[in-house]
Design a binder for this molecule. Structure first.
Ligand SMILES: NC(=O)c1ccc[n+]([C@@H]2O[C@H](COP(=O)([O-])OP(=O)(O)OC[C@H]3O[C@@H](n4cnc5c(N)ncnc54)[C@H](O)[C@@H]3O)[C@@H](O)[C@H]2O)c1
Length: 374
């Protein structure tokens, strides 16, 4: 199959959908890889690295028109819509339930679009979202520690303490992928860590693997009110699938917090779990409300593109290989996780929440592809 890698065009997006190592794997399996000029630049992968891996460097027009399978990181933006066409399979983060113009452009073009974020295993894991949550969680602990420094508006506390001086306290709201990764970095820095979650099974698991190094407590409004008063860093990491994040920290709760404490609201991409949170950017990441520093960067992994690109492609490559080897129809017939990723097929919306969101006809994937497993 001829697999293309397009350069990202959204502001502040430095990731690329395939590393030279990934390109080499595909070339060795007999596929042709074409990469748009300078696609890997932001992640420190020059064109020459792709060429050494056996890929061919091509223009923007060629990468879109010659590819059978096109890999991207972010959803196409308006100026990319004219490139969408029938016969092309697009594999990328799409988030089209919140983007009607793109949904209509995909449908009208007749393209087949597979969204990273809806690829879902039978046990409800999201394998192509998890690597970004891992990165955001780890960055959250680092950001919290950094913005505690006095010249940056923080309390002036070293999170890990030193011998003879107590460390700081980190409160993690939601012990999923983000929360777990935030906790292990905070523990590594020497902080005292408490995780609040609503799932007993999840807390049982966290207790088992982090035994003795974190305190897990059932999340409730009363518990949050009392834990937040002691915290130097609060990390918001809750997720209620398919819904906006619940506002667990209200403005009035800020009043009980220590002045100069830091809130890192990672859940900001789902609206945030802190009432006073609003999205910020890497170039202007923090602001203060009632003396509490708020860090609410909506695309945290974008700040570390070398790591993010490698982590993303580690996760996507097995699916890319499946599609390339078998073609989309056969690949989704054999892999139900990948099948759940198909949002649009030959111009039909095959992912129900997207159809519902935009009042479009929903066509079950099995109606379009008779190969679907029962
Ligand atoms: N800002 C960024 O750059 C960025 C990057 C990656 C992920 N995220 C976001 O981070 C959030 C967390 O993602 P994740 O992958 O860890 O999700 P996850 O599903 O792995 O974990 C969410 C956890 O929240 C818990 N939870 C739900 N309601 C709760 C409540 N009321 N109190 C306490 N815990 C509660 C769940 O039980 C679960 O353990 C999501 O909103 C995700 O979109 C943001």
């Amino acid at each position: 199959m001829r697999i293309g890698v397009a350069r990202e065009v959204k502001t502040d997006e430095y990731r690329v959908a395939l590393t030279p190592a990934g390109a080499r794997e595909l070339v060795e399996k007999g596929h042709e890889v074409i990469v748009e000029t300078n696609a890997g630049e932001g992640s420190s992968f020059p064109d020459a690295d792709y060429e050494r891996a056996g890929a061919r460097i091509v223009s923007l027009d060629d990468v879109w028109s010659l590819s059978e399978l096109l890999l991207k990181v972010k959803e196409p933006i308006a100026r990319e819509y004219p490139h969408l066409r029938e016969g092309l399979v697009l594999f990328t983060y799409l988030h089209i339930a919140a983007d009607e113009p793109l949904t209509r452009a995909l449908v009208d073009s007749g393209i087949s679009a597979v969204a990273y974020e809806t690829v879902e295993t039978d046990d409800r894991r999201l394998p192509l979202l998890a690597p970004m949550s891992e990165i955001a969680g780890r960055l959250a602990a680092q950001a919290g520690a950094y913005f505690l420094e006095k010249p940056l508006g923080g309390r002036g506390l070293l999170l890990g303490g030193v011998p003879g001086v107590a460390p700081g306290r980190v409160l993690v709201l939601g012990g999923g992928v983000v929360g777990y990764n935030a906790a292990i970095i905070a523990i590594g820095l020497g902080a005292q860590v408490t995780i609040l979650d609503r799932s007993i099974d999840r807390m049982r698991y966290l207790d088992e693997i982090l035994s003795g190094r974190v305190t897990t407590v059932m999340s409730s409004t009363l518990q949050i009110e009392s834990s937040i008063a002691d915290a130097d860093v609060v990390i918001g990491a809750v997720l209620v699938p398919g819904a906006r994040a619940p506002k667990l920290v209200t403005r009035s709760m800020l009043g009980v917090m220590k002045k100069g404490a830091v809130i890192v609201d990672v859940a900001i991409d789902q609206g945030g779990c802190v009432e006073t949170a609003k999205p910020t950017t890497h170039s202007d990441p923090v602001y203060s409300v009632d003396g509490i520093t708020h860090y609410c960067v909506a695309n945290m992994p974008g700040g570390v593109p070398i790591t993010s690109t490698k982590a993303l492609t580690n996760a996507t490559l097995p699916y890319v290989e499946e599609i390339a080897e078998l073609g989309l129809a056969e690949a989704v017939a054999r892999d139900r996780a990948l099948a759940r990723g198909v949002n649009v097929l030959h111009g039909k919306v095959t992912y129900e929440p997207v159809a519902e969101a935009h009042d479009l006809d929903y066509t079950p994937l099995a109606d379009v592809l008779p190969l679907m497993p029962a």
